[in-house]
Design a protein around this ligand. Structure first.
Ligand code: ADP
Ligand code: MG
Length: 428
């Protein structure tokens, strides 16, 4: 048989009988519906947020009576349920409005994703029309005034009460100032046939400090603070979310408690607790187990930690990476509590070997402080009496993360620098 034909038959066989998905497509799983654990799903019940839901609904009910609700600001740390509560209340409001024939429109904008005044206004304007091709406000190019008056026109032609929810508004204000809030909280002056109110959501309690006093007073009519969840509240949340997403009885004793305790330690973040539970269940699935055990939570925790730290390392500027590499190389030589001088010594040699100019000592010290702030190293200042002060530097990257591999992937010239030999000051 000619070689070419033989090769073709072999590939044909392979694709017909052993497809890589054969074994895994119908693999048994401990999930009933994994998507219900994800962030974009808003559950129908939100335990421990009754007070906050009530504060919103008591204000927004005005819209059902044809009045203008007060503007509001919702504050709280990430994962405190702000987005979930706002979107739950908005859904309920729209449903009730359409049942009783009241024209109430809610629009939620995530200002981390849509992060300029122009884009937010265009996004709201475009969400008010069905005929996208004809009426689309362009992504960019119009003067802001024109986008604003087009928005007013569309709101008036639709009529009714508009609830505009600006989620993660602190992000936009810090980046682009408070013009958007100024304009939106002033909308009722321009509207003739409709009414609007603005709800700002912020992860930063101090965000109103960034606002013009006029905007602050218009927006701050009603504040709702979302306190972080404690461990026992997180347990209730996890049990309630697990009831629909994970098979009954497969979570071993202590799993929900541990996920909650770890997330409560972070800052009471429900997102973090849910992610731990989801990844732990995935780990049990991967091992083909019939239940999720404590050890799966531990594995999940270290994987999540590694997943968070990898992009931090790979997006470091090059000089910052070279300094980190110098610290790691020192540690490879078995050194602990390294001093700044030892880092600078190896750093200069690393720069030479990758053809980069070495920065001044002062700049390197700043880069060391940055690495400390990012949580990749700890740099403790210690006093040596009359000898002055120095730093004791240690890396604190989790052991399942390979910083040198990550840095090599984003900076090809750094590949192999870890394995070279360096002249080491303390050994001379
Ligand atoms: P925030 O907007 O405050 O950062 P989110 O509202 O996005 O927090 O909540 C984070 C995750 O936790 C989401 O998946 C959300 O559905 C869930 N969550 C928050 N609070 C509750 C709760 N009380 N009950 C059930 N799930 C919750
Ligand atoms: Mg949110």
């Amino acid at each position: 048989m000619p070689p070419r034909q033989k090769a073709r038959i072999r590939t044909g066989d392979a694709t017909m009988s052993d497809n890589i998905f054969d074994d895994i497509i119908n693999r048994k799983t401990l999930f009933v519906n994994k998507d219900l654990l994800r962030d974009n799903h808003t559950p129908n019940e939100l335990p421990h947020r009754t007070k906050e839901i009530k504060a919103l609904s008591m204000n927004l009910v005005e819209a059902l009576n044809g009045n203008i609700p007060s503007n509001m600001t919702l504050y709280g740390v990430t994962g405190a349920g702000k987005t979930a509560v706002a979107s739950y209340v908005c859904n309920q409001l729209e449903t009730k409005g359409s049942r009783i024939g009241r024209n109430v429109n809610t629009i939620m904008v995530n200002c981390r994703q849509i992060d300029t005044q122009y884009r937010v206004l265009a996004h709201i304007g475009n969400s008010l029309t069905e005929s996208y091709e004809i009426d689309e406000i362009p992504f960019t190019g119009w003067p802001v005034d024109r986008v604003f008056s087009e928005l007013v026109k569309r709101m008036d032609s639709k009529g009714g009460v508009f609830i505009i929810v600006l989620d993660e508004i602190d992000h936009l204000v810090k980046k682009a100032g408070d013009d958007l809030l100024y304009n939106l909280t002033n909308l009722n002056q321009s509207l003739k046939n409709s009414r609007s109110c603005v709800i700002g959501i912020s992860n930063d309690l101090k965000f109103t400090e960034f606002l013009d006093p006029r905007v602050r007073s218009r927006l701050g009519q009603l504040d709702v603070i979302f306190n972080p969840y404690d461990a026992s509240q997180l347990q209730d949340i996890l049990r309630q979310r697990a009831a629909t997403s994970i098979k009954q009885g497969v979570l071993s004793d202590g799993v929900v408690q541990l996920c909650s305790a770890l997330a409560a330690q972070e800052h009471g973040d429900a997102r973090c607790a849910l992610e731990l539970l989801r990844v732990s269940t995935e780990k049990a699935d991967e091992e083909g187990k019939n239940s999720v055990m404590i050890k799966h939570v531990r594995v999940a925790q270290s994987q999540i930690e590694a997943d968070q730290i990898t992009p931090v390392i790979s997006s470091l500027p090059k000089q910052q990476k070279l300094v980190l590499a110098a610290i790691l190389i020192n540690e490879k030589y078995g050194l602990k509590n390294i001093e700044t001088g030892q880092v600078q010594d190896i750093y200069a040699q690393v720069c030479l070997s990758v053809g980069q100019n070495a920065l001044t000592q002062r700049r390197v010290r700043m880069l060391i402080s940055n690495l400390d702030m990012l949580g990749l190293i700890t740099a403790r200042v210690i006093s040596r009496g009359r000898m002055g002060r120095t730093k004791e530097i240690n890396s604190c990257i989790p052991s399942n993360v390979e910083p040198m591999v990550i840095m090599g992937e984003s900076e090809p010239e750094m590949v192999g620098i870890f394995d070279k030999n360096y002249r080491h000051q303390s050994r001379l």
